[in-house]
Design a protein around this ligand. Structure first.
Ligand code: ADE
Length: 495
C-alpha cells in the first residue's frame, strides 16, 4: 500500500510515523509513505499558499492551485482515492479502515488555516473523513490516525496476522480483557478458564466478556449487536439455507441494509462491503425487485436462495455465474484431522513455498483423468491445467486470502501436497490436493483442520460446492456436514 500525504508539514508526518510499527513496516517495504509538500507547488514568489476568503470572515484559506498541482504530481492522471480529512467528513470507523485497506494507493489531503478553496476539493476529493467531533489545527494528525488504522490491516504489517482478526470493533463488540504473566498480581488471579487450554471455552468466555464490556461502556454498540443477534436467531429457523447470511452477519462482515423479518418470512438485504456481495431474502417477486433496487452500485455478486429471486435477477439482466450447494457443520464437536502434517500458513510460509511448482504438480495430477476418480474438484469446477495455461491460476489472490482469511497447508516429508483457503466471507474453500498423496484423506484433513479453526471461534463452518461437483459434496458429507435444501444462485452485477 502506498500512502501519499499532501501537507504543509511533511516532516510532521514522516517523523510522527517513523518510530512506530507503521514506520517499521515502511522500512520493510510493506507500505510506503510519501509526504508531499504542497508549498513546493506554489507559483508565488514567496511560496505563499493561502489567501483571504471571499465574503470576509476570520482567517486564511489554502488556495486551489498549489493543492491541485501537488495532487496532479502524485496521480499523474491516474484515479487514486483521495481523502480530505475534515471535521465535516463522515465519521471514520473500523469498517472504513477495512475498506480502505483494499486499495493499492491512497492520497490524504491535509488542510490548514480555515480550510481549502472548495473548487479544488470538488475536483480531487473522493472521500471526506472526520476522526471525531472536535476541531484540530490541521489534517496531519487525523491523516496519521487513519493511516495507522489502515496500515495495521495490511498483511505483514503487524507481526501476527491473526491479531487484527479479533479485536475491538470486530463483530460490533469491544475487545475482551487480556492478561499476561504473572498468574497472580496484587492478589488478583488470571481467570481460570484462560489457563485451561480449552480453546472453545476460552472463545466463549471472551465473547461473554466482550458483550459485558460493550454493554457497560458502549450501550449504543451493544444495541446493534443485540439487533443482529435477534435477526440471526430468526434466520436460524432455516439454518441450512440461510447459513451464508447468518455467518456473514455473525462475523461482522454483513451489514443489514434492509430488514423486515417476521416469523416465517419477510425481507432482508445483507451487504458484505469487503467482498462486495449482496445477499437477498424476499417475500415475493415485488419485494424482491424492490430489494434489488437497493443494492449498492459497487456490488459485484448477488446470492439468492429462492428460485423466484433467480427469475427476478435474470429478468433484471443480472448474469448468472454459479449454482452452489451449501454444506454446513452445525455441530460443536471438533472434526478428526487424520493427516498429521497440516497447519495454518502465514503469508511468509506461502511465500516460502514455490507456488508455481506446487501448481505444476497439482495440474499435472488433476489433468490426469485416471487420477480424478478420487480427487475433489474445486468449488467452481476448476480446471487447473487449463487455468494455469491461460495464466489464470491466481496465486496473488490466494496470497491475499492467506493474509485476510485462513490458508491451511498439508505437507508430506516437508513437501506441500495440499491446500485449503477460507475466504474473507467465512466460506471454507474446497481442498486442492495432489492425487498421488492419498488425496481423499488429505482433503478431509484439510477441511477438518480449517473447520476446527472456525469452530474454535464459535462460528459454523460452511462451504459452497458447485452443484455439478458431487464428489466434493460426498467429501463434506463423509465428515458430517449437512446439505442445504435450497441451491445458492450467484449472480454477477455488470453494472
Ligand atoms: N481536521 C481538523 N479537525 C479534524 C477532525 N476532527 N477530523 C478530521 N480532520 C480534521
Amino acid at each position: 500500500m502506498k500512502f501519499h500525504v499532501l501537507t504543509l508539514f511533511p516532516e510532521m508526518v514522516m517523523l510522527g510515523l517513523a518510530p512506530s510499527i507503521i514506520g517499521r513496516a515502511a522500512q520493510r517495504d510493506r507500505i510506503s509513505i510519501n509526504a508531499v509538500n504542497i508549498r513546493d507547488y506554489s507559483l508565488d514568489r514567496h511560496k505563499k499558499v493561502d489567501d483571504y476568503p471571499y465574503g470576509g470572515g476570520a482567517g486564511m484559506l489554502m488556495q486551489a492551485q498549489p493543492v491541485y498541482d501537488a495532487h496532479k504530481a502524485v496521480t499523474k492522471g491516474r484515479r487514486i482515492r483521495t481523502i480530505y480529512v475534515t471535521p465535516q467528513g463522515m465519521p471514520f470507523s473500523q469498517k472504513i479502515a477495512q475498506e480502505l485497506a483494499q486499495e493499492e494507493e491512497l492520497i490524504f489531503l491535509c488542510g490548514h488555516y480555515e480550510g481549502i478553496d472548495e473548487r479544488v476539493l470538488e475536483e480531487v476529493v473522493t472521500d471526506y473523513l472526520s476522526i471525531g467531533d472536535y476541531v484540530l489545527t490541521g489534517g496531519e494528525l487525523p491523516a496519521m490516525v487513519i493511516m495507522d488504522a489502515v496500515a495495521r490491516l495490511i498483511p505483514g504489517v503487524l507481526g501476527n496476522d491473526m491479531s487484527a482478526e479479533e479485536e475491538s470493533f470486530y463483530n460490533d463488540l469491544l475487545e475482551y480483557p487480556q492478561y499476561s504473566r504473572p498468574e497472580v498480581w496484587h492478589g488478583k488471579r488470571v481467570p481460570q478458564v484462560l489457563l485451561s487450554g480449552n480453546h472453545r471455552k476460552v472463545s466463549q468466555w471472551r465473547l461473554e466478556q466482550s458483550i459485558l464490556r460493550t454493554e457497560e461502556r458502549r450501550p449504543d454498540l451493544a444495541e446493534i449487536y443485540r439487533r443482529k443477534q435477534r435477526l440471526t436467531a430468526q434466520l436460524a429457523k432455516n439454518k441450512r439455507n440461510n447459513i451464508h447470511m447468518i455467518e456473514s452477519i455473525a462475523r461482522g462482515c454483513g451489514e443489514i441494509l434492509y430488514e423486515e423479518l417476521e416469523s416465517g418470512g419477510g425481507n432482508l438485504l445483507v451487504y458484505d462491503r469487503l467482498c462486495k456481495i449482496c445477499m437477498i431474502l424476499a417475500e415475493d417477486v415485488d419485494s424482491g425487485e424492490r430489494l434489488v433496487g437497493l443494492i449498492p452500485d459497487e456490488t459485484v455478486k448477488i446470492w439468492v436462495v429462492q428460485p423466484f429471486m433467480s427469475e427476478v435477477l435474470w429478468k433484471m439482466r443480472f448474469q448468472k455465474l454459479h449454482a452452489y450447494i451449501q454444506v454446513l457443520y452445525p455441530q460443536k464437536v471438533a472434526l478428526p484431522v487424520r493427516h498429521k502434517d497440516i497447519h495454518l500458513l502465514s503469508k511468509e510460509d506461502l511465500e516460502a513455498i514455490n507456488l508455481n511448482a506446487f501448481a505444476e504438480m497439482l495440474s499435472a495430477e488433476i489433468s490426469n483423468a485416471d487420477c480424478q476418480k478420487d480427487l475433489p474438484d474445486s468449488a467452481d469446477g476448476y480446471d487447473w491445467e487449463h487455468k494455469r495455461n491461460a495464466g489464470l491460476v491466481q496465486w496473488e489472490e490466494i496470497l491475499a486470502d492467506a493474509a485476510n482469511g485462513l490458508v491451511y497447508g498439508a505437507f508430506q516429508e516437508g513437501i506441500p501436497v495440499g491446500m485449503i483457503v477460507t475466504d474473507r466471507n467465512g466460506r471454507l474453500g474446497l481442498p486442492i490436493v495432489a492425487e498421488r498423496f492419498a488425496a481423499w484423506e488429505i482433503a478431509k484433513s484439510l477441511i477438518a483442520g480449517s473447520a476446527n479453526h472456525i469452530l474454535e471461534k464459535g462460528r459454523i463452518p460452511y462451504a459452497h460446492v458447485d452443484t455439478r461437483n458431487q464428489k466434493a459434496v460426498e467429501l463434506f458429507e463423509e465428515l458430517g456436514f449437512y446439505k442445504a435444501t435450497a441451491v445458492v444462485m450467484e449472480y454477477g452485477n455488470l453494472g
